[in-house]
Write a protein that binds this ligand. Sequence first.
Ligand code: ZN
Ligand code: ZN
Length: 345
Amino acid sequence: MKAIRLHGAKDARYEDVPDPKPGPDDVLIKVKAVAICGTDVELFDGTMFYITSGMAKYPFIPGHEWSGEVVEVGDNAKGDFKPGDAVVGECSIGCRTCKRCLSGNYHLCANRSETGLLKQPGGMAEYISYPRFFLHKVDGLSYEQAAFIEPTGIAVNPAKKARISPADRVAVMGPGPIGLFAVQVAKAYGAKQVILVGGRKERLQAGLGLGADLAINYNDGDVVQQIRDATDGEMIDAVIEAVGRKSVWPMIASIAAPGARIAMTGLFAGEICDVNFDPLVVQEIAVLGCLGAPGMWPECIALHQRGLVRTDKIVTHRLPLSDFAEAIEISRGRRGGAIKVVLTP
Ligand SMILES: [Zn+2]
Ligand SMILES: [Zn+2]
């Protein structure tokens, strides 16, 4: 089959690779859509943490935001799936036997694989073989929309960890794809006010179109004062951080209300933030790390099926899989107001 394989930093090849050989617990899927993530750009550049730390090694097939159609079902998976089913696969695949897996934290399993990142080949290929335990049906969604269940999960996890409720004023820091999903998830959770903060005009505009009550451009003046005005001085109860640069922390620390929950989703690529712990202690402000979306995939699928999370303002480019390198460059955001690029094998 044809696939994109990364052979090293800046070395992506569209080439013939052996067809996957599904085992009795596996399902063979024809990939229908796969989206480019910021992580894929970092994998291509060789700067992603898993590469620099030696956890992941070239060559491998990237692609963790994918959907597809079942074409072949292993004997043990026959009760759950049949040819023609539309499916998505979770990114993290745990060993299912260790303490963390048994407690539901399979995304922290020491023996896990991660699709398109660690051990498990990704969806930037004609076919993918996937263990049935981490596969979900996605009835009623287009394949393109289904490819966005994974990044939706990256926004659902912080919403849950920050316990967003109708009592809360929420700030989403960063209007990238995760931030734009986080705005929608916060609204779906009933947040009384959702404020999106960022620097790119067209993305902030997209956020307003997806339900944000207010979008603040940090190039247009004091963010903290604008939030004070917009919240009648109450400030922010739940922050979803989706930037991953240290300049975001002073802003977050200044807008968090007493009792606030700050859910972090961005990776800072080694940048160290100066943190004053005193206000965090005396105001009982929680800072929460968020990885993946363990146990949350059925909910993410339902959010899309019920129309509470949309992708229409998020997908800006569509290309064939063979144009991966072009898609990476578009995804860097240097051209044409790109937000998300979807590839089709
Ligand atoms: Zn991703
Ligand atoms: Zn495990």
